[in-house]
Design a protein around this ligand. Structure first.
Ligand code: PLP
Length: 396
């Protein structure tokens, strides 16, 4: 029997705050009731604040981030359209595979797992595409498999430099609501996320924000779609009624999680993630280990992917942490299996929760044959959390 809590130190699903869990504990209600819009309409306007878009259309699909990926492509592109994508980790790889499966012609740029989206290579390819054959450019904002954040603003800038009119798609599944994301400023056309990461909810919502340009493209696009048709979903923004049965409990949770995000302040949420992430990174460096991310400029503030030395199998570390120390660490995906474990540091968490994850990882590492000093990573993170803390006024 397990006692106490099992620590969730994976990059999603993330911890659901108790208040959000309670908010979802409501009786079933009528999705056609005259007051149903009181619950749903506000969610769309508040999600626009999270995406930082004034006029984007927000769409909520019962589904996950992968559903939103598919919806974004099927609604706005045509069979055989050429799209520019970069493969730099498991999730960007899967998105590219889906594009191929849907009949798109993918111009694929492969970079090492640990690199960001290569801005100069994208600039070169787009610069050579004066006739505009490329219809869409894809960026995985935060590659969850490698802990790398890419520079979406820089990709927008290179598109502008060569007057490229492709649609800009961004996977923000592990960034939106945790790392700064600016849909309007970066003129993102399709931004994708899911409910189970920065929004601190169970999985079950695939969330899209769609620009006016992408909406116009959807009226011309010819890839087949049915369940995911934008046309069926856009009216919901206005009247709050869904074309098919919506996950009402998740909406109650979303209401509460949005309230919490705004109460903390989005910029404070981003700063908290940055600070918590830095503690984890200091622990990793105290162990003498490297992150998968190639450079400190692209370190992710929501997940750290940590390389273990060759004599250690990261799978043993992950298994040991779970079995012996009640802590779930993220696994190494694809070619990183056995070589990497991940610590997720996003959503509803604080310093001591990160310290718990670091502590469990240390014990499991030593059990798996690593020669680090127990407590070295914890101490490095503790020093950072103390040194960077803000003195809070506590009402007694
Ligand atoms: N994109 C990224 C960056 C992710 O991290 C994930 C899941 O972890 C996905 C897409 C897929 O999302 P989902 O599992 O919600 O379908």
């Amino acid at each position: 029997m397990r006692t106490g809590i099992t620590h969730l130190a994976i990059p999603g699903p993330t911890n659901v705050p108790e208040a959000v869990r309670q908010a979802m504990n409501v009786p079933m209600q009528d999705m056609r009731a005259p007051d149903f819009g009181d619950l749903t309409i506000g969610l769309f306007s508040d999600l626009r604040r999270v995406f930082k878009t004034a006029n984007g259309t927000v769409i909520l699909y019962p589904g996950s981030g992968t559903a939103a990926w598919e919806a974004a492509m099927m609604n706005t592109l045509n069979p055989g359209d050429r799209v520019l994508m970069c493969r730099k980790g498991q999730f960007s790889m899967l998105w590219a595979r889906m594009a191929e499966q849907l009949g798109l012609e993918v111009e694929l740029v492969d970079v090492p797992w640990g690199a960001g989206t290569p801005v100069s290579e994208f600039a070169r390819i787009l610069g050579n595409d004066a006739e505009g054959r490329i219809k869409a450019v894809f960026v995985t904002h935060n590659e969850t498999a490698t802990g790398v954040t890419s520079d979406v603003a820089a990709i927008r800038a290179v598109m502008d430099d060569v007057y490229h009119e492709a649609l800009l798609f961004v996977d923000g599944v592990s960034s939106i609501a945790s790392i700064d994301f600016r849909m309007d400023e970066w003129r993102v056309d399709l931004a994708v996320t899911g409910s189970q990461k920065g929004l601190m909810l169970p999985a079950g919502l695939g969330i899209l924000a769609v620009s006016e340009k992408a909406m116009a493209a959807s009226r011309r696009a010819t890839l087949p779609r049915a369940y995911f048709r934008f046309e069926d979903m856009t009216a919901v923004n206005g009247d709050g009624y869904f074309p098919y049965t919506p996950p009402t409990q998740l909406f109650h949770g979303l209401r509460k999680s949005l309230d919490r995000l705004f109460e903390e302040g989005l910029e404070n949420v981003f700063a908290r993630h940055r600070r918590l992430a830095e503690g984890v990174r200091r622990a990793v460096h105290a162990w003498g280990y490297d992150l998968v991310a190639e450079h400190c400029k692209i370190y992710s503030d929501t997940v750290s992917a940590i390389r273990v030395p060759p004599e250690v199998d990261a799978r043993d570390v992950i298994r040991g942490a779970y079995v012996n120390y009640n802590t779930s660490l993220g696994t190494g995906l694809g070619p990183l299996a056995g070589k990497v474990f991940r610590i997720g540091h996003l959503g509803d968490l604080n310093e001591v929760m990160c310290l718990a994850a670091i502590s469990a990882a240390e014990m499991a590492l030593v059990d798996a044959g690593a020669t680090i000093d127990l407590g070295s990573g914890v101490a490095a993170a503790q020093c950072w959390y103390r040194e960077s803390r803000q003195v809070r006024q506590v009402a007694l």
